[in-house]
Design a protein around this ligand. Structure first.
Ligand code: AMP
Ligand code: ZN
Length: 114
């Protein structure tokens, strides 16, 4: 999409610190981290959030969780624990309307989330 920040990062129109890429997704460092490790896993295909997901995206979302777990292992944060967060719509904190999954680690997290 023309004016989407994450589409621009996916196709190289905007810079980002990319830590992973394959044919389906990229993972980048969040520009405004809220934890010592704060990555965003972003599908290359633009869709808004889980409300906009198609049946054909079923495997894609599973793939994202597998990659997140692999990144967590490779960064040595798996054992202590990490969070995968997906905000859906503004009331839940979504500010970029191209679906993405936050991978957060490196500090203690509280529950319930804020
Ligand atoms: P959400 O609020 O769940 O939609 O998350 C959007 C995330 O994207 C926030 O954590 C922002 O800090 C992050 N973000 C926004 N613009 C950029 C950018 N250009 N590069 C990296 N992360 C970004
Ligand atoms: Zn997009």
């Amino acid at each position: 999409m023309e004016d989407c920040i994450f589409c621009k990062i996916v196709d190289g129109r905007l810079p980002a610190k990319k830590v992973y890429e394959d044919e389906l997704i990229i993972a980048i460092e969040d520009i405004s981290p809220v934890a010592p490790v704060h990555l965003l896993l972003i599908p290359k295909r633009h869709f808004v959030n889980s409300l906009d997901m198609q049946v054909s995206d079923r495997e894609l979302v599973g793939h994202i969780f597998l990659v997140a777990a692999e990144i967590a292992r490779s960064k040595g944060i798996a054992e202590n624990g990490f969070r995968i967060v997906n905000n859906n719509n503004a009331g839940a904190g979504q500010s970029v309307f191209h679906i993405h999954f936050h991978l957060l680690a490196g500090r203690t997290f509280t529950w319930p989330p804020g």
